[in-house]
Structures are given as structure tokens and as C-alpha cells.
Design a protein around this ligand. Structure first.
Ligand code: C5P
Length: 229
């Protein structure tokens, strides 16, 4: 395939307070990871999928993708992740076939992201050769503070976007950016931009929120209940 999707699911998810690593915690009767993979497999475009999980859970995840994927999704691989998200992405990148030209990196924790967002970021990269990232307007007023929690300034929120995943990039430029990265970045777009590349934002989706806390999990359960009803 021309498109490769790396789903990072190797985090511990301590803020969720679940007994298992976050991507393996239950959400409406299935795991968070299985919900995420539904969205990936719902893409219009054929893609190679690399799922990055904690090393102890590679076998469990492999059985999961066989069930979820069936015969139609033959390009799926499960590999062990690293100590940081960035390392997990790098390990996923190393698994991509030579044919892949556009890479998407997706947090498994954004379990309810619609498939249409995946297709939209691919289209964006194909048209611009830039990094393409889904983002939404910021609704809260944001303050910059100092070490004592004194407010230094109010940031103009009209200039801000909260970015989500999947984030999509031209493969060669992303590989090069990873090869030269000197520090940890909080998302792939930041690492890609640090190497001198352009990143543009397209409309994200409220359903692409990241499940981080128990409250987020309840919100996701509620949304799935609404859809089922
Ligand atoms: O911790 P955070 O919520 O920012 O993690 C975002 C995504 O990165 C999650 O899907 C998590 O599983 C993944 N991750 C990873 N390897 C790590 C840390 C996080 O794959 N070492």
C-alpha cells in the first residue's frame, strides 16, 4: 500500500487508573484498541497498519487484529513499543513496507475518531506534501503562568488549535525528521516541524478526543450508547 498507519498503543495509561494498559482497558465491552482499529479499517484507502503495543501484550493484540481485520485487512503487523511515545512511533516506522509514501500516526487512545478524518489527512498530504494535522478551536480561555501560578498573560485563543491524531506526513520527510530528532516532542507534528518541514491544520472532530482520565472513558461510553440507541 501507499498509505501506512501507525497506531501507538504502548502507553501505560496510569491516569486512567485501569488495571491494564490503557489501550487494553474495556470500553463498551471491547478494548479501547479494538474501537480504534475499527476506525482505521473503515478507511476508504487501502493501508498497511502497524499496531505498537506493550511487549507483554503483542500476542493478545495480534489475536485482536485477526478478529477485527478478517480477510480484507492483510497488511497488519503488531510490534512492541518503547519507553516513550516517540520511541514507540519510531519502532512502528521501522516496520513500514517500502511501498508506503504517506504515513499516519494515530493514538489508540483517540478511540472514537471517525474514519473520515483518516481519509481527510491522507488527501491533505497527497495535495500539499506538507504535514497535515486535525485540530479544533480552543473553547477555554488560556493563561500563561509563572512558577508561582501567577498569571503572566492571557493568550489569544483565536490563534490556538488543540491538535488531535491521526497526523499525516510524507514518509521520506518523516523518516528523516525522526532520524535527526534530538529531544522528545509531544506530537509528531512538532518533531516534523523541528526538522524544518511545514505543517497545516485541517478541521478535526470532537469525537477524536483522547481518552486519558476515567471521566473521558465515561464520555466515550456515553457516546457509544447514544450511537447504538
Ligand atoms: O500518554 P499519552 O496519552 O500522551 O499517549 C498517547 C498515545 O501514545 C497512547 O495511545 C499511548 O498508548 C501511546 N504511547 C505509546 N508508547 C509510550 C507512551 C504512549 O505507544 N511509551
Amino acid at each position: 500500500p501507499i498509505v501506512g498507519v501507525i497506531v501507538v498503543a504502548a502507553g501505560s495509561g496510569t491516569r486512567l487508573g485501569a488495571a491494564r494498559p490503557k489501550a487494553f482497558a474495556p470500553l463498551a465491552g471491547r478494548t479501547i484498541l479494538e474501537h480504534s482499529l475499527d476506525s482505521v479499517f473503515g478507511m476508504q484507502r487501502e493501508s498497511q497498519v502497524v499496531v505498537v503495543v506493550p511487549s507483554a501484550l503483542v500476542d493478545e493484540a495480534a489475536s485482536m487484529v485477526t478478529d477485527a481485520a478478517g480477510a480484507a485487512h492483510k497488511y497488519v503487523r503488531v510490534v512492541a513499543g518503547g519507553a516513550t511515545r516517540q520511541q514507540s512511533v519510531a519502532l512502528g516506522l521501522a516496520e513500514l513496507d517500502a511501498s508506503v509514501r504517506i504515513v499516519l500516526v494515530h493514538d489508540a487512545a483517540r478511540a472514537l475518531t471517525p474514519s473520515s478524518v483518516f481519509d481527510a489527512v491522507v488527501t491533505g498530504v497527497a495535495q500539499t506534501a506538507s504535514g497535515i494535522v486535525p485540530g479544533v478551536a480552543v473553547t477555554d480561555t488560556i493563561k500563561r503562568v509563572d512558577d508561582d501560578e501567577s498569571v503572566v498573560e492571557t493568550v489569544d485563543r483565536a490563534e490556538l488549535r488543540a491538535v488531535q491524531t491521526p497526523q499525516a506526513f510524507p514518509r521520506a520527510a518523516l523518516d528523516a525528521a525522526y532520524a535527526e530528532a534530538e529531544r522528545e516532542h509531544t506530537d509528531d507534528a512538532a518533531l516534523f516541524a523541528a526538522a524544518g518541514n511545514t505543517v497545516s491544520i485541517i478541521d478535526g472532530d470532537d469525537r477524536a478526543f483522547k481518552i486519558t482520565t476515567p471521566w473521558d472513558l465515561r464520555r466515550a461510553e456515553g457516546l457509544l450508547r447514544d450511537t447504538a440507541a
